[in-house]
Design a protein around this ligand. Structure first.
Ligand code: FES
Length: 109
């Protein structure tokens, strides 16, 4: 699997998540307040809720349903009720293009 062009950097609003589907893999893509782009699995591990509909705060994305926040860096669930992590995908920026490889995930540390 190779990285695919998913979005333009100029299409992202800071601290707002966007849902994309790459090769049937749903992801939440976020431009954080430091100008870094993150891609994590879009489905909350507590329920079938799109995390992209949630709230970005610093480097976390919070599920609107019951308030679990997930690290945009590690995918870790930082508070209950969710306790399982979401996958984290490698993001490559090429000019204005955002490329993501749906097969590549980083390990939770
Ligand atoms: S569905 Fe996300 S915290 Fe419950």
């Amino acid at each position: 699997m190779t990285a695919q062009k998913v979005l333009k950097l100029s299409e992202l609003e800071q601290d707002t998540a966007v849902r994309v589907v790459v090769d049937k893999v749903p992801m939440a893509v976020v431009l954080d307040g430091n100008g870094e782009v993150h891609a994590i699995g879009d489905t909350c591990t507590h329920g079938d809720i799109s995390l992209a509909e949630g709230f970005v705060e610093d480097d976390t994305l919070e599920c609107w349903a019951h308030g679990s926040a997930f690290s945009l860096r590690t995918g870790e669930a930082l508070n209950l009720p969710a306790y399982e992590p979401v996958p984290v995908y490698e993001v490559t920026i090429d000019g204005d293009d955002i490329l993501i490889d749906p097969a590549v995930t980083r390990e939770v540390k």
